[in-house]
Design a protein around this ligand. Structure first.
Ligand code: MG
Ligand code: MG
Length: 263
């Protein structure tokens, strides 16, 4: 069942998403060699709760029997998504995907950004840039009358042409009162295939793109999804509404990029 949102609900979703964006901007201020992902998680949780919201990831039941322990997913280097914050200091040259979710006034925000820690190799930076660009290409395909497969095709054709891989096991999703609603939004697909997009549909689009193989594995912590070849992966996510005949991005990277610069 796909819930179409009213104008009022879309504005509540926007508020929850802009709080996610503000939280990621707080994280951005603190990304540097030596900081631990656990420290980033603590400041994010405090920021979210100080703004009257709940971190939706914390305590989220996992598919493999473990509740998620933290407010952020912090996925370093070859970790694609769902990395669990820990005490390892970030190092110069690392990349870290920071995914954040909030529930504010009953509605969920969900957005992610992959940060560079200090100077990062040019080939890794190129991966990040292509992944972010693929997200916007996916968003540009999300017009009423188009289909879910058009979004996936826009992402996949752009990154595969550059030799990157598209992770198949995980995908974007509807977003609303629940963090994960229907429909699923894969980052691969065929034009004209899948459910039709309509005004009022709110979805999170989140390409997970790899430098090498797109095959992934689950770590023993029952959360962290890593590339099988250990090569880097990038992840960018926006929540959007299909609104007044076009895609309307509910989250924002503007404040983040005032701090870290544009990729
Ligand atoms: Mg997310
Ligand atoms: Mg998501």
């Amino acid at each position: 069942m796909i819930y179409l949102k009213t104008e009022e609900e879309i504005e509540l979703l926007r508020k929850a998403n802009l709080l996610v964006s503000a939280t990621l901007a707080e994280v951005a201020k603190n990304i540097r060699p030596g900081v631990t992902t656990l420290e980033l998680d603590t400041l994010a949780e405090t920021f979210i709760r100080d703004h009257g919201a709940i971190p939706t990831f914390k305590g989220f039941p996992g598919s493999y029997g473990a509740d998620f322990p933290s407010s952020l997913c912090t996925s370093v280097n070859g970790c694609v998504v769902h990395g669990v914050p820990d005490n390892r200091p970030l190092e110069e040259g690392d990349i870290v995907s920071v995914d954040c979710g909030t529930r504010l006034d009953g509605f969920c925000g969900d957005s992610a950004y992959t940060f560079c820690v200090g100077e990062v190799k040019p080939e890794i930076k190129a991966l990040l840039k292509a992944t972010k660009e693929s997200l916007y290409r996916g968003i540009d395909a999300a017009y009423p009358g188009k289909r879910i497969g058009d979004i996936g095709h826009a992402v996949q054709s752009f990154v595969e042409a550059q030799g990157y891989g598209v992770v198949r096991e995980l995908c974007g999703h509807g977003v609303g009162r629940e963090m994960h609603e229907e429909p699923m939004v894969p980052n691969y697909g065929r034009p004209g295939n899948g459910k039709q997009l309509k005004n009022g549909m709110c979805i999170a689009i989140e390409p997970m793109i790899t430098l090498g193989t797109y095959e992934v594995a689950l770590l023993e912590d029952r959360w962290s999804i890593v590339t099988r070849d250990g090569k880097a992966a990038a992840h960018f996510e926006h929540s959007i509404a299909i609104h007044n005949g076009k895609p309307d991005i509910l989250s924002s990277f503007e404040e983040i990029e005032k701090i870290v610069g544009e990729l």
